[in-house]
Design a protein around this ligand. Sequence first.
Ligand code: HEC
Length: 465
Amino acid sequence: MTSANHTSPGPDVHQARGGRYPIGRRPGASGYACAALIAGLLACEGTRTQGAEPVPPGYDFPADAAALDRHRKNQDVDAMRRHSWSLWAGITQTTQDGVPVWETWYPRDLALDPQEQTPRSFASRRTLEAPRQVQSADAREGSCRQALLSSILFNDPAYQHIRSLRYYDLDTYRRLLKEFDAAGTPPEERRIKPFPRNAIAVLTAWWHIKQSGLTALPVWDLEPTRPLAWGKGSADPSKRLLGNYPYTWKRFVAVDPGPRPVGPDESADVDFTYVDQSDRATKTVRKPGCRVVSINRFYRIEIRGAAVLKAAREALGDGVAEGDYAVLVGMHTATKELPEWVWSTFWWHDFPNDGRYAQGRPDAVTGVWRNYLMNAVYDFILPREYDGTPTAAFNPYIESHFANGPASNCMACHQRVAYPMKAALDGVQLFLPVTRGKLPPDGPYFADKVQLDYVWPLYLPGYEP
Ligand code: HEC
């Protein structure tokens, strides 16, 4: 995909109905490494207190399992895409409070903190943090300093499942492990109770945009500048995270924070500052001729309040100022509609109507949400890639930086979540290296473990080196 092929500028719409809302103060302490760095409090006064909103009716959720299974077996990509777009339309519907449905869900820290009491309003629950998936070992100890912020949210059924069965507590898994060992339970049955069919988990990725001047944003055009396997097998474990990180991408756009309208053919030279992960040095390079796009084409939130600012600076460095923005560049969703979940991923593009990842977007997807491309994965293997290898799907803003990240498959990585995982520890991250294909359910990998139903955060907090 090259920009010369693009014709349509894409929708230029203000964020989903409802105004901007500043991020405020952090609700509570979190015990996780490099943990919640920004948390939010809605500034709107007098809004009604609400819980986690369900996906509204009419968006094919949860879909008929037999139908989904048929799409998967028939390799009916159009049908799978139709369902994933429908889900996107559903979770991005605006609630009475002016935020998309998914924003009302429970952040990971809340779901997994044994001490946590559910706060009454979703606004006091909003959290952002440096993405743990992206951190190398040394980043975990200190500043993450990358342009991305992240959050993980669980909808109400997923949250209730975790809370009621105490899946936030490693003791629960230790107990299960003992039971399975004592009973001689076969590997394929050594698992926690599966999440209910209407459970949803999402992972979000945000880019920091300055409130004045232009901010450079890398855009993924399916043209990696490094071999996909870059970093693989490096003797230095921290170097294994040196994939096609966004700062290596070919093309950048310049995001204008507004409010002026941006013409379709505007371009500008923009300085781009990043931390080079190979030597941890901060570097600034000039990106010439970047296409200018308005911030109105992103779902965005505003960074506000002293505590938030401090937290954002811890994550991203001193370049963050009060009143800056975080724009949504990527989102993963997993829905428990199939036993192995249904995996969809969405990412921002300035030409969102072009190419295979734009295909089938229905009119039900409205506003800023039409600026996102999508890929979906319903199977470990099918449909196979052109070279005959198992199917791959990734989010450029989330997995590109892993060695072989652009050739990864959501399910292949998530199937491995099990307790305990010491044996699989590779020195940096439990979930690396990237693999594809399905582990045999009765194979040795699961023989001495408890499978955690594909949900990574259930185990990561309990990381026991
Ligand atoms: C190489 C491993 C890997 C791959 C590939 C991967 N993920 Fe994940 N994913 C993780 C880890 C690790 C976390 C937890 C991060 C954290 O807790 O901060 C996670 C978290 C998530 C979450 C939120 C919590 C959960 O586990 O459900 C969702 C949803 C998700 N990923 C979806 C996807 C989708 C969709 C894809 C493919 C397009 C994908 N992931 C590919 C490792 C991976």
